[in-house]
Design a protein around this ligand. Sequence first.
Ligand code: NAD
Length: 253
Amino acid sequence: MANNVPDIPSSLVEALRAARHVAALTGSGISAESGVPTFRDPQDGLWAKYRPEELATPLAFRRDPKLVWDWYTWRRQLVARALPNPGHLALVELERCVPRLTLITQNVDGLHQRAGSQAVVELHGNINRAKCFREGVMVEAWEDAGQSPPACPHCGGPLRPDVVWFGEALPPAALQAAVEAAATCQIFFSIGTSGLIEPAASLAYAALRRGALVVEINPATTPLSDNAIPLRGPAGQVLPALMQAAWPSEPGR
Ligand code: NAD
């Protein structure tokens, strides 16, 4: 077993094999091994002087729409070059192995879908989509050349990424699906998230209150750690090891 992978407790393996409904909440840490920086990683050159909290707000967009759109264009290009990693792929496999998996992500990169996960609850939107800043109408395609931000084809207003900015409400259907999953699952995985951003951070505690096993996969500790079964290590190694421990005879391994 690789150095970075902790032993998988046999009690967890048994619980996972017996679970009827598993929920998994992912954060930017699961995409770190794909080369997509988390918000706490140092940002690249040009963007090093900005903090995400200063760019990912409606106020920032009103003040300087070009700056914010260009930052998202840079992030969209980064994501387009990235590939799903073994952590994303292990969750695809988990979806096939348990009767029901609710995969909830705070990520906006679409890497779970590109890995092959069928049903993904996107709490914070998706960087690959855009909508009108003025009217909120979703826009399927836009011209990236020239104007920044591009104009809405319906009303001419500026386009913005379809992501949830700081201070904005989450998409109600996604939030409801996540809350329902936390309340009814037998096992809740918190993967690659610092657990600092609400309401996502509360989901693990809601699962705990309903008696679910809560498992944290993260190389670092978080505010949740004292209440969770820790699997300390990078998700791209820990998740495949967990799948191997629970379903050793699955094809493809
Ligand atoms: P965060 O930056 O607050 O925390 C990242 C967590 O991942 C940390 O706890 C860190 O220890 C852990 N981590 C780092 N490498 C890891 C690895 N290899 N395996 C497992 N864990 C690892 O991220 P967050 O909790 O997701 O919250 C920040 C917000 O940032 C979210 O709302 C999200 O929408 C947004 N965001 C998304 C992306 C993306 O879509 N990929 C990237 C950056 C930020």
